[in-house]
Ligand binder design. Sequence first.
Ligand code: FES
Length: 56
Amino acid sequence: MYVCVCYGVTDKQVKQAVDNGAVDLKSLQKALNVGTQCGKCIKTTLEVMQQQLDVT
Ligand code: FES
């Protein structure tokens, strides 16, 4: 599913970035641009990040 419509970022991409060490919002923004336009996806992005951190 798409997390960030502005940049077409999927939950899969966010999870992959978390696996690669992007474990805070700033790193995810740097890696994927996620949440840097309208910001509406930040909450979901953080939820997906947390989900991934919980399973790893
Ligand atoms: Fe992610 Fe707009 S939906 S910045």
